[in-house]
Structures are given as structure tokens and as C-alpha cells.
Design a binder for this molecule. Structure first.
Ligand code: TMP
Ligand code: ASP
Length: 234
């Protein structure tokens, strides 16, 4: 697979063209940002760890009937993926209260939610990824009703599959963020699934094994990501 022009650079990844118009290379950087890039840093080998963790999870989801953009891992930092048009939504699921849910609604971290929460944020750095609902999605023509319904259905399925996947690794899936894309007329799962995009707490100890270690300067970030990688690939 030939690596072509750089198509897009985001905060944590770069996309490169290939000689196949349907495929692109997703390159994982070590850069870390939080709070819409107000906080910046690097996490040694994060790109390698997130590429490997994401690859495993995408393969696991594919095995459970979820269509994803994942094709194969090409190298430590590179994943070959289907070229999608990203739906500009961050689709968040929360099983327990943490992060912005606590800030916005006055909940204590770790509160068990009576029902999982699904949220949409409008993927727009200039606006700080504002929280939006289905009506905003339709009003701004970000997705059709049919696409919203498909995204919700897949997202709840993915939550069930991933909760069990991580539970088997002695990790609790507190919340996570997904992105979907359009590919040949269908909605498929895109982007990455990693400790950058999930909150994972070790069962028993409650230890945070995710990007909150970076966001809140908890230390031992690399070690936590390495431990997640070790469990995911064991
Ligand atoms: P939040 O509590 O900060 O809203 O985050 C909810 C989940 O979404 C958490 O697992 C982290 C993830 N997330 C991202 O992947 N990217 C983002 O830009 C944000 C704000 C959160
Ligand atoms: N990824 C987001 C940022 O760059 C926020 C986060 O993950 O907390 O700022």
C-alpha cells in the first residue's frame, strides 16, 4: 500500500491518501490535548498504543457484526481504513457519571446512572464541540433521521459489546466517544477507540486507566495505556 498525500491532520492523528481511492492511512501521533486543546502535551508511544488498542477493538466489534472502517494494521502507528465522510458528531455514551456530565449536572463522579446516557456533540473546534440534540442535528443538516436512528442503534450495541469486552479485562467502561462515517451509502464506525476516547476504571481498585490521567495530571499515563494494551492484546 503506497502512502500518498497528507489529507488531514487532527489533534491526535493524520490521514494520508493511498493508491486506492476507497482507502486511507490513519497515522497515530503521540500528541495529547484536552479541554479543546487548552492543555497540550505528548504521551510517549501513545500513538503506537492507541493504534494497537483500536485495531483490536475494531476487530472485536467486526466479529460481533458492527461495520467499521478498519481494514488492517500496517505498522506500529499506521492503520489502513476505509475512506469515509465523517458525520460531524461526537457520539458519547455514559454508563457512570464522570467528566462533563458531573460538571454540567452536578453529579458526583462514579454515580451509577439509572439509564445509560447518549449524547451528541457537534464536532466543531471553533464552537468548542457544543452539546446538541437530534433536532439540532436535523436543523443543521448534520445527518438524516435515518442516519441518526442507525447511529443510535449501533452505539447502544457497541456499548453492550464493549462493556463486556472490558469487563473480561477487569476494566469498567465508564463512558466513551464514537465517530461514524458514510461509506458507499452506509453508516460505519470510524475514528479510533482507545484510552483517549474511553474512560476505563480498573475493577476493584477504581484506578483510572485512560486520558483522565493526562487531563488531570494524575501521573503514570504511559504505564496506564501500556497496561490497557497488555490486557487488550493478551
Ligand atoms: P466528557 O466527560 O469530557 O464529555 O467526555 C466523555 C467521553 O468522551 C470520555 O470518554 C472522553 C471522550 N471524549 C473524546 O473522546 N473526545 C473529546 O473531545 C471529548 C470532550 C471527550
Ligand atoms: N480531545 C479533546 C481536546 O483536544 C478533549 C478531550 O479529550 O478532553 O481538547
Amino acid at each position: 500500500m503506497e502512502k500518498g498525500a497528507r489529507l488531514y491532520e487532527g489533534k491526535a492523528k493524520i490521514l494520508y491518501a493511498t493508491n486506492d481511492p476507497d482507502l486511507v492511512i490513519q497515522y497515530f501521533k503521540d500528541d495529547a490535548t484536552a479541554f479543546n486543546a487548552a492543555k497540550k502535551g505528548t504521551v510517549q508511544e501513545k500513538g503506537i498504543m492507541n493504534n494497537k488498542i483500536s485495531s483490536k477493538i475494531f476487530q472485536f466489534l467486526e466479529g460481533h457484526g458492527i461495520a467499521t472502517h478498519f481494514v488492517k494494521m500496517l505498522s506500529d502507528r499506521e492503520m489502513l481504513v476505509r475512506k469515509v465522510a465523517i458525520v460531524p458528531l461526537e457520539v458519547i455514551v455514559r454508563n457512570k457519571a464522570a467528566g462533563s456530565l458531573c460538571r454540567n449536572y452536578g453529579l458526583q463522579e462514579g454515580t451509577v446512572l439509572a439509564h445509560p446516557v447518549m449524547e451528541f456533540s457537534y464536532k466543531c473546534d471553533a464552537l468548542n464541540d457544543p452539546l446538541i440534540n437530534d433536532y439540532h442535528v436535523l436543523a443543521l443538516s448534520l445527518a438524516t433521521q435515518e442516519e441518526i436512528d442507525t447511529i443510535k442503534k449501533y452505539t447502544f450495541q457497541i456499548n453492550e459489546i464493549m462493556k463486556q469486552f472490558f469487563k473480561n479485562l477487569n476494566l469498567e467502561l465508564i463512558d466513551f466517544k464514537l465517530e461514524f462515517g458514510r461509506y458507499k451509502g452506509k453508516i460505519i464506525l470510524a475514528d479510533e477507540i482507545s484510552p483517549d476516547t474511553c474512560r476505563l476504571w480498573e475493577i476493584g481498585t477504581g484506578k483510572k486507566m485512560d486520558k483522565d490521567r493526562f487531563r488531570h495530571d494524575l501521573g503514570n499515563i504511559e504505564e496506564a495505556y501500556q497496561e490497557v494494551l497488555k490486557r487488550v492484546t493478551k
